[in-house]
Write a protein that binds this ligand. Structure first.
Ligand code: UN1
Length: 485
């Protein structure tokens, strides 16, 4: 059944008056998942106005009470995990198990931030002057624009919206237009949980709505996850208006497998990193660097397993990898593979589209490319799909240097059983998230998440980093008057 796209403005669910938007099942693009009118530019005014009007009362609501709404929403999200997980798989294309896992993860994130009140501790400094203490208090930033990508339709929104709300901000949220259904589900859960009108507003639309939001004079901060090009544009627009922005962008994450690694474990984890969510994670493994002693053996084991992955409609039970999100994405990935082969890469497995029953869906076969000594763009440019580019290194030192051979620095995975080498990796690999003996993807809500180098702009997300972005501090020099006589 096709869901109706609605927008949430000032506590009211309203139909859109803009052009028609529809999300489809990328495995069967003739199946429409959600359909309805897009938001219009004047809806941005209305939503930002509602968020501004709601800001003062929400900021004055005790943090424990704000957190209570998030915890109530978490219960709703958890209670619907099976249904929404399946809807997520149908709309985004990740497997049903991953879809359900993501919905549960969103609930966990809401619960984590729901308890934020219990973790808030203040700062009081000594003063160089007699009779004075220096105290630091935190206040919300105001109206926050959340612009979220297609690849985690409920978890990434939760990890932006939950901290924004619990720290007392109000929100206008624009999700990717390819995944409106999960956005409706999350916004509905939060509003049913008791969020006051206007505290969270949802606008479904294309980039014109995002641009209007980013440039709106009453938006006080912007948090974005998505492509590097858009993130830089948003950060520039925010800087021009003098408001803070957080942009989480590209990755070209390497798995480095050293001669001494537990190879069975490494094969397992490299496959998960490269092909879970069809490789559509900013943290996915898209480069594999193997050292000489195990290179041939390891690469052929990865290829054998990649070729055996069951690729199909992700809503079906035993499917291990679904399609990519859209036709343009499929075309872009295919073109990237073609360019790589023209530039000297060898296709070890995959590389082609399907000509069987999957031909109508946006499928790309799990692909492993051996780059040899080729200087191919696929080594440096993010394809955001199930494509793993392989290079060999003489030793650990060369492997770490190859891992750093990228303008991005989001995550990396190192496989070794040697503690000294692992510590060397910590010191030398320039990334925001480093996994030792686990896949390059994955993030917990209580620790900072974000990239080094050109993977991110502005402060990191999650954990204590979230508080820094979603609040500003007032340093109070606190003195009493003269003692009364
Ligand atoms: C994960 O690795 O589980 O867009 C989360 C992304 C990241 C989130 C990754 N911002 O893929």
């Amino acid at each position: 059944m096709t869901a109706a796209i609605r927008h949430l403005i000032a506590g009211q669910w309203v139909p859109g008056r803009g052009e028609n938007i529809r999300s489809v099942n990328p495995a069967r693009p003739d199946v429409v998942v959600a359909d309805g009118g897009a938001a219009l530019i004047d809806d941005v005014d209305a939503a930002v106005g509602a968020a501004s009007d709601a800001a003062r009362a929400w900021a004055a609501t005790p943090i424990h009470q704000r957190g209570g709404v998030l915890v109530a929403a978490a219960d709703i999200v958890d209670g619907n995990a099976a249904t929404w997980g399946l809807e997520l798989a149908a709309e985004e294309g990740k497997t049903k198990a991953e879809g359900i896992g993501e919905v549960r993860r969103a609930a966990q994130i809401l619960r984590y931030y729901g308890a934020e009140g219990d973790r808030q501790a203040g700062e009081i400094y000594a003063s160089p002057r007699a009779g004075e203490q220096i105290m630091v208090t935190r206040k919300p930033v105001g109206v926050v624009a959340c612009i979220t990508p297609f690849n985690f339709p409920i978890a990434i929104p939760a990890w932006k919206i939950a901290p924004a709300l619990v720290f007392g901000n109000t929100v206008v949220w624009k999700p990717a237009s390819t995944v409106p259904l999960l956005a409706l589900r999350l916004a509905d859960a939060l509003s049913s949980a008791g969020l006051p009108d206007g505290v969270l507003n949802l606008l479904v639309g294309e980039s014109d709505i995002g641009d209007a939001l980013v440039n709106h004079p009453d938006v006080d901060a912007i948090t974005f996850t998505g492509s590097t090009a858009v993130g830089r544009r948003i950060a520039a627009a925010a800087a021009a208006r003098g408001v803070p922005a957080q942009a989480e962008m590209g990755g070209k994450n390497a798995a480095i497998v050293l001669d001494d690694a537990d190879l069975d474990l490494a094969v397992e984890q490299v496959l998960l990193g490269a092909f879970r969510s069809t490789g559509q994670k900013c943290t996915a493994t898209s480069r594999l660097i193997v050292t000489a002693g195990i290179a041939d053996r390891f690469v052929s084991a990865v290829c054998e397993r990649a070729a055996a992955l069951r690729v199909g409609d992700p809503t079906e039970d035993d499917v291990e990898m679904g399609p990519v999100i859209s036709l343009p994405a499929q075309q872009n990935i295919s073109a990237g593979i073609a360019t790589a082969t023209e530039q000297g890469a060898t296709v070890l497995t995959g590389g082609a589209l399907y000509s069987d029953a999957r031909a109508d869906g946006y499928f790309v076969a799990p692909t492993v490319l051996d780059l040899g000594a080729a200087d191919a763009d696929v080594w440096t440019e993010e394809l955001f799909g199930p494509v793993l580019a392989v290079k060999r290194a003489a030793d650990a030192e060369e492997a770490f240097a190859l891992a750093n051979d990228s303008e991005f620095g989001l995550s990396a995975a190192v496989f070794t059983q040697d503690l000294t080498r692992a510590l060397h990796a910590v010191e030398h690999i320039d990334v925001g998230v480093l996994h030792i003996n686990s896949e390059s993807a994955g993030a917990d809500p209580h620790v900072p998440f974000g990239g080094a180098k050109k993977s991110g702009l502005g402060p990191k997300e999650q954990g204590t980093a979230a508080r820094d972005f979603f609040t500003h501090t007032t340093t109070v020099y606190l003195r009493g008057g003269r003692p009364r006589a």
